[in-house]
Write a protein that binds this ligand. Sequence first.
Ligand SMILES: [Zn+2]
Length: 416
Amino acid sequence: MAIQVTRTYVGSIQNHRQVCDGLDSLGDSASKIWNVARWTVDRVWDATGQIPDAGTLKSYMKNQWCWKDLNAQSSQKVIEELSGAFQSWFDLRQKDDTANPPGYRKHGDTRPKSTITFKEDGFKHDPENNRVRLSKGSNLKEHFSDFILCEYQTRPDIDLTAVESVQTVRAVWNGDEWELHFVCKVELETSESAGDEVAGIDLGITNIATVAFPDEYVLYPGKSLKQDKHYFTRTEYETEGENGPSAQSMWARRKLTERETHFYHVLTDAIITECVERGVGTLAVSWPEDVRESDWGKTGNKKLHSWAFDRLYQYLAYKGEERGVEVLKENEWETSKTCSRCGDDTKSNRVERGLYVCSSCELVANADCNGAENMRQKITPSPHGEDRSNGCVAQPSVHLFDRESGTFTPSEQVVS
Ligand SMILES: [Zn+2]
């Protein structure tokens, strides 16, 4: 069955230097329109005790000079955002009467810049050449056909020539630079469930993902990510000048982020593909509430890791949705302490050098596999591994990221 869904794809702007002034001035205009409309709301409120709705505000704002700084649809969108902000404030006030109404957008160099939205007649997209033309309002045009031409690049696996239609383009300031968000309608062929089998995943640091499939345990180490980090951190360090990060270090940071994103995509693709091939229709993902201390290391940044886990989960969920694998987020509480064979969770069970040792049944297993198996058992009807031989908990196979081919491939079995 085919369904239609909305997806947003991010494009990084390749000719940023040429277009950033233009985008800055559109962003300033959007802030100006917001502020004039915000001020108008106060005046109407004082006079009538009512907050005007989006339609009333729009018809008032059309007579303001700044309205024509942007394409009409872009200006309208700013008013819709303001109305939305007031609506959320009303809703919030039901629970919290100290909540503040939407404020003014401040000027100055550190201000967050306003997003500019371009609807159908505000942009012209040329996906073959990775270009998009964004319109300005008549006030900002130097001549009749003045527009901002952005050259962009998306992630390698995204092909905008293949999407049904791009509905909206947004220019968004990400804190460092402008980027483009393409909001697209996408036809999705939803698959039947991939099968009745269940798999569990343990997310971690050394092994980014450990998957307990019904017939095998697979480890996905994060070694390649670590090497990238080491390399790029050094590049960054070596080029950090007196005045903060240099252009080269900004480049290194961006490069590292791109590589990470790519790695996470390839990893989650590989896992979902394995699920489909093994008839796994349900995948339980650990939600690290009690992540093993030893995993964080001395410099481990818990927040950063949670963020990476969240991203992995999001990727698994949407890739799974397309291919008939339901991805469930399960709390990891106690899964690292419990024995996946006998269910024992006494304190004397321990993890030593990556091995889980059960004092009751004498299981000695890879600790990540034990965690992943516990995740699997949260869903599967036969508890405590009765449906399988636990020998493989100690002998998982390892799939390594191969930089040349950009894929995960099985490596020699390692004994940990
Ligand atoms: Zn046990």
